[in-house]
Design a protein around this ligand. Structure first.
Ligand code: ATP
Ligand code: MG
Length: 332
């Protein structure tokens, strides 16, 4: 059943002529009914909303073409939205990771076909790996390739900002998942690991983790859930089971090093570069570090009025990154 607040919101949005809000609240009511086991009513309501949305979109094509989803009110302080234009080809990943991403994209694109056979597409991904290896970028690529908004949720910020009411805030996020199909990125999910909490916060973190697990379990939305972490060893085992795809990101192979540099130096001549010397200088650096080093070397070339990037410049830039990574102590 709808709550009193939801009924008020329905009447208010009707009076305001605010169709998106009206449908969003109706979807919240459907989600609540689904959670309460009223699956037939929930499905009927969702179908009705879909039909009405399609009708109103057909009559106002502009609204359908320009995505204007901006989280409103309280939700705006919990997540940020972007519309990435990223493509799979922008990323340099192992064949295995590329295949996993392609697989998710294929199932998402074919979700209507799957649905006809009672099957649902892969849509919950856990991305594990060192900093700067492409986890956030992969979430951007999923959104970009599927033409969906990317909603980023910083769990650690929510937890520190809303201590005591984090679970309630998470519920708002999971309601949004139902209302607006998108890619929802829960960055730094290890924030939910009790080991990282101050002793007096352990109870709260445990409660939040339990709510998160429960929301994940109950979620029947069509959104994609992407969780990312640099600290897989801290994650609760129960969390792993909630994801249909676990992706392990690693530091780049020698071939990947070359590809990252060539991508970054696409507008420069690189045929002169000595890869056998560059490879060892890049060992142990992440994709992000290598890309930054390539950019630094490129800037040096531009300022020296050269069209080529020199191997020595590149190596110097890589060594510089090694030094700063070393002095920070690799947080892996
Ligand atoms: N696999 C990759 N291929 C190409 N570029 C990459 C890759 N990974 C990282 N980069 C570059 O590094 C930047 C940062 O990467 P990204 O934010 O995806 O890392 P991350 O794995 O999410 O790191 P963190 O754990 O610190 O959040 C990207 O914007 C991109 O320029
Ligand atoms: Mg990231």
């Amino acid at each position: 059943m709808a709550t009193n607040d939801q009924l008020k919101a329905l009447v208010q949005s009707h009076a305001d002529g605010d169709d998106p809000q009206f449908y969003a609240v109706a979807m919240q009511v459907a989600a609540k009914a689904a959670r309460a086991g009223q699956s037939k009513f929930a499905q009927d309501l969702r179908d009705l909303v879909d039909e009405l949305r399609n009708r109103s979109q057909a009559s106002s094509r502009v609204a359908a073409v320009v995505p204007v989803t901006q989280p409103r009110g309280e939700l705006g302080s919990l997540l940020t939205v972007t519309y990435p234009d990223a493509r799979l080809s922008d990323l340099v990943l192992s064949d295995g990771l590329k295949a996993q991403l392609r697989h998710v994209l294929l199932e998402q694109r074919q979700r209507d076909t799957l649905a006809k056979h009672g099957l649902s597409p892969a849509r919950r991904m856990l991305l594990i790996g060192p900093p700067g290896t492409g986890k956030t970028s992969s979430a951007r690529v999923l959104a970009g390739e599927l033409g969906l908004p990317l909603f980023a949720i910083r769990l650690d910020t929510i937890i520190t900002k809303f201590m005591g009411e984090t679970a309630a805030k998470l519920r708002l996020v999971f309601d949004a998942l139902v209302e607006t199909r998108g890619v929802y990125l829960f960055d730094e999910v290890d924030a939910l690991a009790g080991d990282r909490a101050a002793p007096n916060d352990v109870g709260e973190i445990r409660r939040v983790l339990n709510s998160f697990l429960q929301f994940l379990e109950e979620d029947t939305s069509e959104s994609l859930i992407v969780a990312a972490t640099n600290h897989p060893q801290l994650l609760d085992k129960a969390l792993y089971r909630r994801f249909d795809t676990v992706m392990n990101f690693t530091l780049p192979s020698q071939d990947n090093v070359q590809a990252v540099i060539q991508n970054r130096l696409a507008t420069f001549q690189t045929s002169n570069l000595s890869w056998s010397r560059i490879g060892p200088a890049a060992a142990g650096l992440s994709h992000a570090e290598i890309a930054t080093a390539a950019e630094n070397a490129a800037k040096r070339s531009v300022l020296a009025h050269r069209t080529r990037v020199l191997t020595d410049d590149l190596i110097a830039a890589l060594v510089e990154r090694q030094r700063s990574a070393g002095s920070l102590g690799q947080d892996v």
